[in-house]
Structure formats: C-alpha cells, structure tokens
Design a protein around this ligand. Structure first.
Ligand SMILES: NC(=O)c1ccc[n+]([C@@H]2O[C@H](COP(=O)([O-])OP(=O)(O)OC[C@H]3O[C@@H](n4cnc5c(N)ncnc54)[C@H](O)[C@@H]3O)[C@@H](O)[C@H]2O)c1
Ligand SMILES: O=C(O)C(=O)C[C@]1(C(=O)O)C=C[C@@H](O)C=C1
Length: 376
C-alpha cells in the first residue's frame, strides 16, 4: 500500500528496533511505540494487528483500555480493528468484547514464509492467496468493507469463515504440517549426521523441511492457541504412518537377487507373489489427495499453467526468453529460475493464467528453438 503511493497514511506501531528499520525501509508514514496506544488508536480508521498471537491479545486488551474522556471522535464513527494472526478462535473471542467505537473482525492471510522481520517484506506475497475473514455472527459486510478492500488491493481473495471452522481447517493444512516438518528435520539420525550425509538431501527432503526454519516465537503462540485441533491432526497422521509402516513390513523382500520371504515360490524364475497392494493403495490415495489440492478454480495460486524452458548458456539468456513473450503480449504470472550451475544453462519455470497463454508461449519459444515442456 505504501509502495502504491495511495493518499492513505500508514502508521507503524512496533518495538524501537523494528521501527528504526521500518523508517529506513520507508514502510510507513508515522511511527509509534507499543505503549503509545492513546496516540495512534483514537483517530485511525483501520487498525491491523500484525504481531505474534499472544501479543495481538495484549494489544486488544490495550485498545479496550483506551480512554475516550473528552474525545469527540468516539460518538460518530467506528474504528475497524482486525489482525493477521494464524489462529482465530481466541483472538476473535477477545476482539468481540472490544467496546465501541472499536469494531473487531478477525482475519488471516494464507500467505507467508519461514523468514521473519520486515527485512523480508515482499509486496507480491499476497498475490492470489486466500485471506480468511472472520466477522462475528450477524456483522453486515459494510462493517468490514475497508478490510476487504485492502485484501483485494494486495491481490488476495477474501474467504469469510467462522473462527472455529478456520482453526480446525488450519490445524490440518498449516499447523500440523509445520509440526511434521520440524519433527522430520529434527530427527536426522546420528548415523547420517556423523558423516554429514544430510548434505545429500534431495529436493523432496528440502521441500518437506523448508518450514522447519520457521521461528519458534510465532509457532509457540499458534501451538498454544490451537493445541487440541493440531494434536488431533498429528494423531491422524500418526495413524496413517502406522498403516504405511505395516504395509512396508508386509512387503516381500528380495535379498541377493532372490526372493527372501516365505511367501515366495521356490523357483526363482516363477512369478513372485506380490503383496504390495496395501502400499499401492496408500500411493493411490496420496496421488488423489495431492491432486485434490489443485482442483481447477478452487486454489488460485496453483491453477496456473506452467512450462519449463531450458535457458541458453550465454549473456542475456533470460532477456532473450522474456522479450519475445512480451512482444507477443503474453502475460507471465510467475517465474522461477529452477537450476543454476556453473557453466550450465539453467531451467526457467514460467506460469500463465490460461492454458491458451501457456500454449502460445510454448509455440513462440519452440519457434526460436528453445527446449520447452509443459509441466503438469
Ligand atoms: N509468517 C507467516 O507465514 C505468517 C502468515 C500468516 C500470518 N502470520 C501471523 O502473523 C503474525 C506475525 O508473524 P510474522 O511472520 O509477521 O512475524 P515477524 O516476526 O516477521 O513480525 C512480527 C512483528 O511483531 C513484532 N514482535 C515480535 N515478537 C514480539 C513480541 N513478543 N512482542 C511484541 N512484538 C513482537 C516484531 O517486532 C515484528 O514487527 C503472527 O500472528 C502470525 O501467526 C504469519
Ligand atoms: O512458509 C510458508 O509457506 C508457510 O507455511 C506459511 C503459512 C502456511 O502456508 O501454512 C504458515 C502459517 C501462516 O498462518 C500462513 C501461512
């Protein structure tokens, strides 16, 4: 919003160290410390609480104590208060108790990263992301229209959800995966670590443990405010793991090129009785579960059509891909340089909103003798 140079005045409220950096990065117009609530709250139009969850609860408490004695603003207008905390039940319970002129509607952008602090501010982070909005029952949309406006302005899609529904859903699709990722990265066995063999980890292990780099401060608050649902999700995954382990234990084993299990025929040339069906079923269910995340029209971030392009190993390689696409009026929605090795051309991942644009990009680049593949 600051970068868009709108006539909106942005007030940053934070710790002295964060304010110093926010000033240097020109992230706001006015700067206040946490204990200056009386100064920044009274004549604001919209207050968005963006701290760790327990601190958001403290700020709601501080707003509730603002004194309106002698103030003339209180009577004739409402001040919309929202937040971006990752859990909603506890925050919304506290928020709904805020006295007038405050009006609380909780929210949560489903976008973020394992990186902390304003150093990593990224204006594109909300592009196409879902952003949950949790108004108290019966709140007319006109009350939180300014929040919806900001959500849409940063490129996100608002989804109105009750807080309990939100926390139960997030337990599975966000909070449990964080716990799993931390558990996975935190349990590398000593037999690998003592040789530094973890360096050989492939992309799969790296992808699955990216969020194990997340900060404990933020996750402490998520864990304590969504403990039961997250634990329930973890137990469900543990049940799934038990089934996978049983399916693995049930597999026939081949040793020294020969079947080693009693279930096999004696004749090593005969067809081996295959008992991998249980594991095959687990894979099939996994394929289906994964595919369901990308149901067309359901998940905006992933409904892009992607292609990969082998870059040519020469100066200006990127430009020579982008320029012809620009000349054809093809709009690129996302771009990633997937592989860069010394003296080897990289692979570029390009994403388009429509299949038609992706097909035109493939045609344009193939005509210029690029190696191009559609990615499914
Ligand atoms: N990081 C994500 O992926 C993500 C995504 C969506 C929502 N959220 C939610 O956003 C909120 C902030 O998370 P973030 O990732 O922006 O964290 P952050 O550490 O990048 O920023 C948090 C801000 O709060 C301040 N802060 C940190 N600890 C504090 C404390 N103990 N007391 C007072 N102020 C403190 C910091 O100075 C900073 O300005 C959390 O409630 C989190 O649940 C995070
Ligand atoms: O780094 C990531 O991609 C995240 O995990 C961010 C993530 C999530 O997608 O689960 C984590 C917690 C927040 O509440 C919202 C987003």
């Amino acid at each position: 919003i600051k970068q868009a140079k709108l006539p909106t005045k942005i007030r940053a409220v934070s710790s002295p160290a964060t304010l110093k950096r926010a000033r240097e990065l020109e992230l706001a117009d006015e700067f206040f410390e946490y204990d200056e609530t009386e100064k920044w709250a009274k004549d604001s139009d919209l207050i968005l609480l963006c701290a760790p969850i327990l601190h958001i609860l403290k700020m709601i408490d501080a707003l509730g104590k603002v004194s309106w004695a002698g103030a003339n603003a209180a009577a004739d207008r409402e001040i919309l208060v929202s937040d971006i905390g990752s859990t909603k039940v506890e925050i919304c319970k506290a928020g709904v108790r805020l006295p007038s002129p405050f009006r609380f509607v909780g929210s949560h952008p489903m976008a973020g990263s394992e990186k902390r602090t304003c150093e990593y501010n990224d204006p594109a982070i909300f592009e196409n992301a879902y952003w949950f909005v949790c108004p108290p029952d019966g709140t007319p949309e006109s009350v939180y229209a300014p929040l919806l406006e900001i959500i849409r302005f940063v490129g996100a899609n608002p989804v109105v959800f009750p807080p309990e529904h939100h926390d139960r859903t997030m337990a599975w699709v966000s909070h449990m995966p964080q716990m799993l990722s931390s558990t996975l990265a935190g349990n590398l066995p000593e037999r690998l670590l003592k040789h530094n063999y973890q360096h050989f980890a492939g992309r799969a292990f790296r992808d699955m443990t990216r969020i194990a780099a997340s900060g404990w401060g933020m996750w402490h608050d998520i864990a304590v405010t969504n403990r039961d649902e997250t634990t329930r999700a973890l137990c469900e995954v543990r049940d799934g793991l038990d089934k996978t382990i049983a399916a693995m234990n049930g597999l026939n084993v081949v040793k020294d090129g020969k079947p080693a299990s009693g279930d096999f025929e004696n004749d090593e040339h005969s067809v081996i009785a295959d008992n991998s069906q249980a594991l095959a079923d687990i894979f099939k269910a996994g394929n289906d579960g994964r595919a369901s995340l990308f149901a067309p029209g359901r998940n905006n971030t992933n409904s892009f059509y992607e292609i990969t392009v082998q870059l040519k190993d020469k100066p200006g390689a990127l430009l020579s891909v982008m320029q012809p696409l620009a000349e054809e009026g093809i709009n690129i929605r996302d771009i990633e340089l997937m592989k860069v090795r010394e003296n080897v051309a990289g692979t570029l991942l390009l994403a388009f909103k429509t299949q038609e644009e992706a097909a035109r990009a493939v045609k344009t680049l193939q005509y210029l003798e690029y190696e191009v593949k559609e990615r499914r």
